[in-house]
Design a protein around this ligand. Structure first.
Ligand code: B12
Length: 493
């Protein structure tokens, strides 16, 4: 069987980094890790091809080559997924679908032949066995969670690494916390299920041996779900791995209690972690209580962020407005918090209720559920009726986004961050692409851009005060350009 794996196109979003990627000549931020993992689970003798529509076109001759198509995607890729499925059906191809979009919305895709849902470690083997015996069913699903020690390493050679800005690897799934709006526990459970240290080293070696020299994102829901294992096994092994390698900084996602553990932060930084995404959500204590975000309560969240920055971890943060406990004063409070914390990449969204969450059930009971989520949580939409009133919420949100991403506030925040940040030891090697990015950003932002005054101000400040951070400041400037474009496109029309 010739298997064609397809990853649909996603629109420009906050996390797509579409407008930033142009500066470094990359086509996508991250590769489709789910499909690369599926590739490794398919029979070895099947010839395989992967088309990520975000980096290359899906051609008729790809479809003519294939016997079966395996498609993945997130809710955000709904439109492109539909178009691809229609093309496959026209070409008389069998379509097998899996991944987050189909696991939550498979009822909406009539033309798909087989749905292999949830964790493929559990659902793909029975499907493949039935397919071989000519009795494959339409839907394979499970509420069980797999043992990640069984998950194979992704088949990196299915993609051309050079098109991507970052590589992804997954160490664990699941999160010990229970936030009302988050679907991670519904999708992946409360217990942190982990790969072994050996699996991670094999995956990293695989990437390194393919020539990858650049950032690697540990795509875990909460990287610090099992601190004992991290401290005693994984991080010491990563520290050792880094000694034999060059130029592979790591980043990941974690909960804010990371700030309480200096030993863990120190080991992470020594292992090469330089950035961590934290779900901060809100400075409003009542809203934290409302959504059961216990781990963020009763603490000075700004100070927690600074502690991590000083340890050598840039904090990127997720924020939410529109909780029942939020009043219109929340917009100004969020602005003040974000500016003070120096969280340069602040993803602010309206509260949404994803299917499978306790919030979704509550909204349904209260008659406040209005629609399907768009799948993009930074487009100023919500699928619930907010207590504050939709107009007030949307207007306040638009003003908040315009404020924090206006050049003067953005660059001020960047300076606040650069003052605190301890520069990490492990960095991507400075290459020709970096030099070109500096030249392009100087022209685009420093000469042509409306923000040129602020751009030069921060460049000069960095040059004199923190010269070693110049490449990071250029990256921040490029991200700012992307975020402003996204705001204009989605929020401030
Ligand atoms: C890495 C990641 C990203 C990355 C890159 C994703 C990419 N490739 O473009 C970044 C940071 C860019 C990102 C952004 C967003 N993300 Co994201 N992201 C993740 C994360 C943390 C890990 C995904 C991953 O790589 N997993 C590792 C692989 C191995 O697992 P997997 O993809 O789930 O695949 C397994 C199964 O799903 C299945 N499978 C997958 N595909 C297929 C296909 C077939 C045929 C079969 C049989 C099986 C199968 O088998 C695999 C092995 O079990 C997940 C959360 C999570 N834990 O999954 C969220 C998640 C995928 N993201 C989500 C969302 C909503 C977003 C955003 C839209 C908004 C946001 N919250 O920021 C943005 C916008 C994306 C964009 N590109 O513009 C949602 C998707 C929900 C949905 N129903 O669509 C998730 C599930 C998070 C959540 N809590 O809801 N994301």
């Amino acid at each position: 069987m010739k298997a064609l794996l397809i990853y649909p196109e996603y629109p420009a979003t906050f996390w797509s980094f579409k407008y930033a990627l142009k500066f470094i000549h990359k086509r996508a931020a991250l590769p489709p890790l789910g499909l690369l993992t599926i590739g490794a689970m398919l029979p070895e003798e099947w010839p395989k091809k992967l088309v990520d529509v975000n980096v290359t076109k899906l051609k008729d001759r790809d479809l003519a080559w294939a016997d079966v198509v395996l498609i993945s995607g997130m809710a955000l890729q709904r439109k492109s997924a539909r178009e691809i499925i229609a093309r496959c059906k026209e070409a008389n191809l069998k379509v097998v679908a899996g991944g987050p979009l189909f696991s939550s919305e498979h009822g909406q895709f009539e033309d798909v032949d087989h749905f292999v849902l949830n964790e493929a470690e559990l659902t793909l083997p029975p499907f493949l066995a039935d397919l071989e015996n000519g009795c494959a069913r339409r839907v394979y699903e499970t509420s069980a969670f797999c043992d990640m020690a069984e998950t194979p390493a992704p088949l990196w050679d299915l993609i051309d690494l050079k098109h991507y800005a970052t590589m992804g690897i997954q160490f664990s799934r699941g999160c010990p916390f229970n936030c009302e709006f988050c679907n991670v526990t519904a999708l992946f459970g409360h217990r942190s299920r982990m790969k072994t240290t050996e699996q991670i080293i094999v995956e990293l070696d695989g990437l390194y041996n393919q020539g990858w020299r650049g950032p690697v994102f540990f795509v875990d829901d909460n990287f610090i779900g099992n601190k004992v294992f991290l401290k005693s096994r994984l991080l010491p092994a990563l520290i050792q791995w880094q000694q034999r390698k060059k130029g592979i900084p790591f980043n990941t996602e974690a909960s804010v209690n990371l700030a309480d553990d200096p030993e863990l932060m120190d080991l992470m930084v020594k292992a090469g972690f330089d950035t961590v995404f934290i779900g901060i959500e809100t400075p409003n204590e009542e809203s934290l209580t409302e959504c059961n975000k216990q781990q963020n309560k009763n603490r000075d969240l700004v100070e927690c962020v600074k502690i991590m920055q000083r340890a050598g971890l840039q904090v990127t943060g997720g924020f939410i407005v529109g909780f029942d406990s939020d009043t219109p004063s929340i917009f100004q409070r969020q602005i003040e918090f974000i500016q003070k914390s120096g969280i340069v990449t602040a993803m602010v969204g309206l509260l949404n209720a994803p299917p499978g969450t306790r919030l979704y059930e509550r909204m349904k009971e209260e008659g406040r559920l209005v629609d399907l989520m768009t799948g993009d949580n930074v487009d100023g939409t919500t699928n619930i009726l907010p207590k504050m009133g939709l107009d007030t919420l949307r207007e306040g949100y638009g003003d908040l986004m315009k404020h924090i991403y206006s050049p003067s506030h953005y660059y001020n925040r960047a300076k606040t961050f650069l003052r605190e940040y301890k520069r990490p030891e492990i960095r991507s090697p400075f290459g020709i692409q970096h030099l070109l990015a500096i030249i392009r950003s100087t022209i685009r932002l420093g000469v042509l851009g409306r923000e040129r005054f602020q751009y030069w101000k921060i460049m000069l400040w960095t040059l004199f005060r923190r010269p070693g951070m110049l490449p990071l400041t250029v990256t921040i400037a490029i991200y700012g350009y992307h975020f402003r474009k996204i705001c204009k496109l989605k929020i401030a029309q």
